[in-house]
Design a protein around this ligand. Sequence first.
Ligand code: FE
Length: 211
Amino acid sequence: MDKKAMYKIGYGLYLVTTHINDVDNGCIVNSVTQVTSEPQCIQVTLLKSDYTCELIQKSKKLNLSIFDESVPFEYFMLFGMKSGRTTNKFDGFSDVARSQNGIYYSTSHTNALICANVINEIDFGTHIMFICDIEDMMVFNSNPSVTYAYYQAHIKPAPKPVAPNSEKWVCTICGYVYDNAVEKIPFEQLPETWVCPLCNHPKSVFEKAGN
Ligand code: FE
């Protein structure tokens, strides 16, 4: 079975935000689809461990900012590679406004906004799928929406080449290099719960240098 068949499914990239009890948070997701058109209904799926997921379970509402192709890598570093449990992602971030539901949305590099209310949630063990009806929608420009393939080809910086080395492991998401020669614990012995110190992605996204 070739698991890479999954990579052939197309995805968009979105900022999902929510707000509850004076707390704002948001994260980047690729798992959003329209479920029905009459009435209009979408699904948004988040990792259970994401702080945004926990907050949406309480607030029952979210905003979906649909990024266009001009979105810079810094947005992904800020909203996709940090946790809102330890950082206020909106501190010093000026490209936001609140929609009528009180939730932030991105005002730059964003071609549309969908304000949605959770009407159902499905627990998939690791993830929660939120089924949402629509409260409001706005279109800001006609720029093409960014896709995951476009992000990989044009937005994500190319990782610096690392010469083949069986002692070095490279994060395929952000390019971080784990060097067994300088670390106390060899990469192979790190627990499965270990995450990349730069982008927080799991051990499974690392590859041996030069592969
Ligand atoms: Fe990383």
